[in-house]
Design a protein around this ligand. Structure first.
Ligand SMILES: *Cc1c(COP(=O)(O)O)cnc(C)c1O
Length: 385
């Protein structure tokens, strides 16, 4: 698990608002219906009509030649690395806060023999392009691995769901083409970027040699991601998929949910973004010196909350949000993830309702005011305002 998770107390009278992550999404009732009647076949042989349809639609959506439906986003990144860097001892460049660097067990090194060269992510999810240029190594050197790929993440999860600016992507593409280095986009939450920026997915992906997005997160499908690229890239990706044991068979049952998600679950991501902002605004309105948000940086469905770890650690703040005692006026348990002592993360998704959001806000207000009461009692001079 990428970060600490705090779990509830099991009291069934308590409303649980689970904001740990958007992988918690369950398929909708409509999805379950189309899944039950989906046409299927052996998708390793390319004979599952529903999978073929999903792959075609996604390739068209991103204006790429072809696509492949894979079990996970992690496998999409790994396969993209394996295909683009098809030589041991080369490197790819990715942000230090990227999923591929932090949360994939170093699979690129373990399984592909490819080194990850980390470049510092800025708070907006980008990195310095001048620094990038300085790091790209194209000539054979006695000491240095050569650069074979650049990976960007959109939206950037650990920077708080940041949408990469188009101008930055365009400038990056110029550099990549100048050095003839392919670009891969980890677009696990690409559709959140599309909804937030109102820029079509194909425009965002225009200069990407490969790109994937998850249908399993905010789009609510039970499994998978779709990796898109050129025909030859996808042909090779399918070979790697088989080698990694990802050649799954009658998954039209799952792809059917994916097709429905493309129709019904993308535009509604705006609701999650609005909910995220609502919670951020409520925290900001508290004007607390201990629990803070940067309201201007909230863009999509991920909220980073700063916690003054000298007063309370992120994990302990979450513990307080998670605990409910019988005398509490708000019988609500809020769950989140602790990134580190000074930062916690909340993620919104379709199952979290307006009512849940209001309850979560009440609970957060209560806990923050308790923290300040404790502070006063302990004789510290900090104040709410
Ligand atoms: C979740 C996620 C992945 C991996 O997807 P899985 O399907 O969980 O393997 C990759 N990149 C980012 C940015 C993610 O948030």
């Amino acid at each position: 698990m990428p970060y600490d998770m705090v779990y509830g107390n099991g009291n069934s009278n308590v409303r649980v608002v689970d904001l740990r992550t958007d992988t918690l999404t369950k398929p909708t009732q409509a999805m379950r219906k189309v899944m039950a009647v989906a046409e299927v076949g052996d998708s390793v042989f390319g004979e599952d009509p529903t999978v073929c349809k999903l792959e075609r639609r996604c390739a068209d959506l991103l204006e790429k030649e072809d696509a492949v439906y894979l079990p996970s986003g992690t496998m999409c990144n790994l396969i993209a690395i394996m295909v683009h860097c098809n030589k041991r001892g080369v490197e790819f460049i990715a942000g230090n806060k990227s999923h591929v660097n932090l949360h994939e067990l170093g699979g690129s090194a373990f399984l592909a023999g490819v080194h990850c060269s980390q470049i510092t992510n800025k708070p907006d999810g980008t990195f310095c392009l001048q620094e990038l240029q300085g790091r790209i190594k194209v000539k054979l050197d006695i000491q240095e691995p050569t650069t074979a790929l650049i990976i960007v993440e959109n939206t950037q999860n650990m920077c708080g769901g940041k949408v990469l600016p188009l101008e930055w992507l365009d400038d990056l593409a110029k550099i990549a083409s100048q050095y003839k280095i392919p670009l891969h986009m980890d677009g696990a939450r690409l559709m959140n970027a599309v909804v937030q920026s109102k820029v079509p997915a194909k425009r965002i992906a225009k200069d990407m040699d490969s790109v994937f997005f998850c249908i399993s997160k905010g789009l609510a499908c039970p499994m998978g991601s779709i990796l898109c690229g050129t025909k030859s890239f996808i042909a090779e990706a399918k070979r790697m998929r088989k080698m990694l044991g990802g050649g799954v068979r009658q998954v039209g049952i799952l792809a059917a949910a994916g097709l429905l998600a493309l129709d019904e679950m993308i535009d509604r991501l705006q609701v999650d973004h609005d909910h995220t902002y609502q919670i951020a605004k409520a925290i900001n309105d508290l004007q607390s010196s201990v629990i803070r948000v940067d309201l201007s940086s909230v863009q999509t469905n991920i909220l980073l909350v700063e916690v003054d770890s000298k007063i309370i650690k992120g994990r302990d703040f979450l513990q307080k949000l998670n605990e409910v005692s019988e005398s509490d006026t708000t019988q609500v348990c809020v769950r989140g993830g602790a990134i580190n002592d000074g930062e916690v993360r909340f993620v919104l998704q379709w199952e979290v309702t307006d009512e849940d959001v209001n309850c979560a806000i009440e609970k957060i207000k209560m806990v923050v005011s308790q923290i300040h009461d404790d502070l006063k009692r302990r004789g510290k001079k900090r104040r709410l305002s």
